[in-house]
Ligand binder design. Structure first.
Ligand code: ATP
Ligand code: MG
Length: 225
């Protein structure tokens, strides 16, 4: 696991067009991106430029029409659906853009964390520490509908981060956070990167973009050189 961590994630010539009966929407056009280990990459660009589409493909949640995505030493497009799901759970932390998409309505905050910790071989103490760092430890017994949008978003990030996976992918994780909670989340990002995790964050938040080690800009589905 440690060995694979050292290779990050790499996309080559990734293209994607959403096709429906009503027409085709091009989203990504020949994207190359390297997400290095121990590095925080900010993915920026206007609304509709393809950030979420690219993140879903890097995570193996969606398949590109063309191109390759290698995470660690694994070409994830070549895995079967089942292997890809298993690989993703163990090795990739993902935060969806909509906070509620990350959570299960009948689990409490602590149950969410303990479940994720078990999958990643992390401890209950590790879960508690992450909740404390994110300022939501007092919410351990609450269910998602009892949390504010920002608290949901912090929990979602904690779930992605537990066990320090090879790759953490977060789609606008600070969109609903105030300055202090945003700073706490970025503190956790720094710790993750120090442990070798490659972190990529799609964001419209200039503070997050400044904080990142590397910035990649998308415009109309292409990387701006
Ligand atoms: N499931 C889908 N079906 C059809 N079109 C889609 C789908 N998802 C995204 N698109 C289209 O693909 C393009 C890229 O969308 P995407 O969500 O990747 O942009 P984004 O950069 O994440 O935008 P935002 O900053 O608003 O989150 C847009 O034109 C969008 O309308
Ligand atoms: Mg998006």
């Amino acid at each position: 696991m440690e060995g694979d961590k050292a290779t990050g994630a790499h996309c080559r010539d990734v293209s994607k067009t959403y096709r429906r009966a009503t027409g085709a929407t091009p989203a990504l056009d020949g994207v190359d991106i390297d997400l290095q280990p121990a590095t925080v990459t900010a993915l920026v660009g206007p609304s509709g430029s393809g950030k979420s589409s690219l993140l879903r493909i890097v995570a193996g949640l969606d398949k590109p029409d063309r191109g390759t995505v290698v995470v660690g030493d694994i070409d994830i497009a070549r895995l079967s659906e089942r292997s890809r799901r298993r690989f993703r759970r163990a090795r990739i932390g993902y935060v969806f853009q909509r906070p509620s998409d990350n959570l299960i309505s009948y689990l409490t905050v602590m149950e969410h964390m303990d479940l994720a910790a078990r999958v990643r071989g992390a401890s209950h103490e590790g879960s508690v520490e992450i909740l404390e760092r994110l300022g939501i430890a007092a919410r351990g017994d609450n269910h998602p509908h009892q949390l504010s949008g920002g608290e949901q978003q912090r929990l979602a990030f904690g779930l992605a981060a537990i066990g320090s996976p090879s790759l953490v992918i977060a789609d606008e994780p600070t969109a609903e956070l105030d300055h202090e909670s945003g700073a706490a989340l970025m503190g956790l990002v720094t710790s993750l990167a120090r442990m070798g995790t490659s972190v990529v964050i799609a964001t419209h938040d200039p503070e997050v973009a400044r904080f990142a080690d590397v910035r990649v800009t998308l415009d109309e589905g292409k990387v701006v050189p």
